[in-house]
Design a protein around this ligand. Structure first.
Ligand code: IVH
Length: 715
């Protein structure tokens, strides 16, 4: 999209603009000129960031440019243009989506499932065109929500959903929040006045996983797959909410293009599909990347090989793809090939193995979690989906069961999207025999028998008896789990056993276990008891964020626990914090703040924390070594380290004032690479993040390792 000279020019311009503040601007004329320059450079930096994933300025500098533009537009509102980057996050609410007619009908694709189907397609194409050689462009089939985008005179004027293929819904304000959709693009350079482009809105698999975790936490039904999440997000009424969903748009087909005179350019000036994609890519769109994701194949054998290659790497691709699309490359042949009412004859989809399967629900059981939420779980006739045997699936909550009208004995369609937990997509009602039984939600807790309650605004039934055995067992096991105090040897089954024997009634009992008695139990010997004792002793010195995580405070997972730990000295101090104090912390909203406040205003809970302290569990942060050598630095780890576990490495970084996160972003300072690194390495390389090996990492920390961690690391 930008020549090296142009890039240099824009970087120079950026430097100049970064020195300007709103007070320096004398009049409207000057403001207009600067605003134009700002828009130009912001567009360039958006492209570097979102399309290339390789920014050349810091977030801080970007924000500075953006704010200056916003300030100018605030002072001189008449200078706002519809394509200004500031207009991406629209503020108004869209009440409903107006209908809009597509310039060209949005057709579907014919499907193929094997090599033979593809050879048939090739034969048909050759027959209809009378050619003996046909070139194909092959690209991924993105599994998201279909969209069409219209640009006129270089400006993005309208975007719509597929609708019935002829008429769609106008979702322009929502699409404007998606940063991979340029608000302007220089189509005129190619003689194009009006163009309609088709594409797909997708949600990255990681973003999807996180969104679903959040939804479950809030008692909302999760989305079945990234496609539904993307489609649902696009139809949100508030563009500001849409912007939070981090959607991305991929474009893959020009369906309409005319010049100033209204002459059709498809098949003439825009002759080849592969070149059309290259053009869109050069204009800043996210397309299948030329050479990497879209390939020009000279014959059907090459097509078949390329499809198979992608089927292999499907799971490691960050977005869901459900197949490949094979398109005749020469657009001038499209009219000869024609189309059916449903699909064009110049393209075909090659579908990968489905991630869905049908099976039967044999039974439904009810599980009580550590926060008392009662989850219905369907037991299934085991079925293989994408190489994994699935024999149970969460039915989420009562609303979900009612909405889908799920009954015991039903045939159901189950999906395992990406590597997420299985999900019931729908009931096959046609397969019903009349013998299916409705699922009766219990009125009482299946573990302790106390009446279940549903709080206003919540979808989950809960057992509110804090002493409910199922909850207590889950909470103790969670306290000891890897995410919290990491006590090896104290898993769920052991906790259950010790609970039954009366050894473990509450969390503090972990630190009072009767080891002599345990030695007498079947399956336990001197050695295993000694290992358990050691693991429990070691857990007393864990960093306090682990203790906070282990308390099972609602809405407080590992991330929030770390935030809290960063702002307190001792865990017990939280009893003196008000809701307002808590809300001031990053990413802690009203609901979470209330939950924390309630937890620390329950006498039992505070007593438990003091009891743990008495038993030798660390509840206060270690006085920081005078040398916070890693202060302000963010580390990410990938691959296996030989010195120590990743947890220990992270704890050392934190003890030295640094931060650790699990994924690489622009904010990462160092990526530490161990043996067999994962995809984070590539991402860090793309983002230009400093990459260091284990040796360099150890060099940085070796003279500063806190005493309690010294025996956990080999240097
Ligand atoms: S071409 C006129 N290319 O898959 C044909 N479609 O199941 C235009 N899709 O309706 C479609 N990736 O929404 C094309 N690379 C790709 C695609 C793609 C996903 C969608 C599209 C289509 C559906 C058919």
């Amino acid at each position: 999209m930008y020549t090296p000279e142009k890039e240099r020019e824009l970087i120079e311009k950026t430097k100049k603009l970064l020195k300007i503040s709103i007070e320096d601007i004398k009049n409207k004329e000057e403001a207009e000129k600067i605003a134009q320059e700002l828009r130009e450079v912001i567009r360039y930096h958006d492209w570097r960031y979102y399309v290339l994933a390789n920014p050349v300025i810091s977030d801080y500098e970007y924000d500075k440019l953006f704010h200056l533009l916003k300030d100018i537009e605030k002072k001189w509102p008449e200078l706002i243009t519809p394509d200004s980057p500031t207009q991406r996050v629209a503020s108004g609410l869209t009440k409903e989506f107006p209908e809009v007619r597509h310039l060209a009908p949005m057709l579907s694709l014919d499907n193929s499932y094997n090599e033979e189907d593809l050879r048939d397609f090739d034969r048909r194409v050759k027959e209809l065109t009378g050619l003996s050689h046909v070139e194909y462009a092959v690209e991924p089939k993105f599994d998201g929500a279909g969209i069409s985008l219209v640009y006129e005179d270089n400006v993005f004027i309208r975007g719509a959903t597929r609708g019935d293929g002829i008429v769609g819904e106008d979702i322009t304000p929502n699409l404007k929040t998606i940063k991979t959709i340029p608000l302007t693009a220089d189509f005129k350079r190619f003689g194009i006045k009006t163009i309609e482009i088709r594409g797909e809105v997708l949600m990255n698999k990681e973003v999807f996983k996180k969104l679903n975790e959040e939804r479950l936490e809030e008692g909302l039904p999760p989305f079945a797959n990234p496609r539904n999440a993307a489609a649902g997000s696009l139809r949100l009424q508030n563009p500001k909410e849409v912007a939070k969903r981090k959607l991305e748009a991929f474009v893959y087909q020009i369906t309409y293009a005319v010049d100033e005179k209204g002459e059709n350019l498809l098949g003439s000036k825009i002759r080849y599909h592969y070149d059309a994609i290259k053009m869109l890519y050069s204009l800043g769109f996210r397309t299948p990347i030329p050479e990497k994701e879209i390939k020009l194949c000279k014959d059907i054998d090459e097509v078949i090989n390329y499809c198979k290659e992608w089927e292999e790497k499907r799971d490691s691709y960050p977005y869901e793809i459900d197949g490949m699309v094979i398109k005749v490359n020469d657009i001038s042949l499209y009219s000869k090939l024609g189309m059916t009412s449903h699909h064009p004859r110049w393209a075909i989809a090659y579908k990968f193995r489905a991630k869905q399967a049908t099976t039967r629900i044999i039974d439904v059981v009810f599980q009580v979690g550590r926060t008392g939420a009662v989850t219905p779980v369907a037991k299934l006739e085991p079925v293989e989906i994408g190489g994994v045997t699935v024999s149970s699936v969460s039915l989420i909550n009562e609303d979900f069961i009612r909405e889908k009208d799920i009954r015991i004995g039903d045939m159901v369609l189950v999906e395992r999207a990406g590597d997420v937990i299985p999900y019931i997509v729908k009931v096959i009602k046609e397969a019903r025999t009349g013998k299916e039984k409705p699922i009766v939600f219990p009125k009482n807790c299946p573990s302790c028998g106390s009446p279940l309650v549903k709080l206003p605004g919540e979808a989950v039934w809960r057992c509110v008896n804090a002493n409910c055995p199922a909850q207590v067992i889950e909470r103790i096991a969670y306290f000891a789990s890897k995410d919290a105090m990491d006590i090896r040897g104290l898993g769920l089954n052991t906790v259950k056993k010790f609970y039954k024997l009366g050894f473990l009634k509450r969390i503090p009992d972990i630190y009072r276990l009767p080891y002599e008695k345990i030695k007498q139990l079947e399956g336990w010997g001197e050695k295993s008891v000694e290992n358990l004792r050691k693991a429990i002793e070691e857990s007393k010195n864990r960093p306090i964020h682990r203790l906070i995580t282990g308390l099972s405070i609602r809405y407080v997972g590992k991330v929030t626990a770390r935030t809290l730990a960063e702002h307190i000295k001792c865990v017990e101090d939280l009893k003196d914090w008000s809701v307002e104090d808590l809300e001031k912390l990053p990413d802690i909203g009203y609901v979470v703040a209330h939950s924390i406040y309630d937890f620390f205003h329950n006498e039992e809970n505070v007593k438990m924390i003091y009891e743990l302290k008495e038993l030798g569990v660390r509840t206060c942060k270690e006085e920081k070594a005078e040398e916070n050598v890693l202060q302000g630095k963010t580390f990410v780890f990938t691959g296996t380290l030989s010195c120590c576990s990743r947890d220990v490495a992270q704890e050392i970084v934190e003890a030295l004032g640094g931060k650790t996160t699990n994924s690489v972003s622009k904010k990462t300072d160092f990526l530490v690479v161990g043996e067999n690194p994962g995809s984070k390495l590539k991402k860090a390389q793309n983002l230009g993040i400093r990459i260091i090996d284990e040796k360099e990492f150890l060099e940085m920390i070796k003279n500063h390792i806190p005493d309690i961690l010294k025996d956990k690391i080999k240097i």
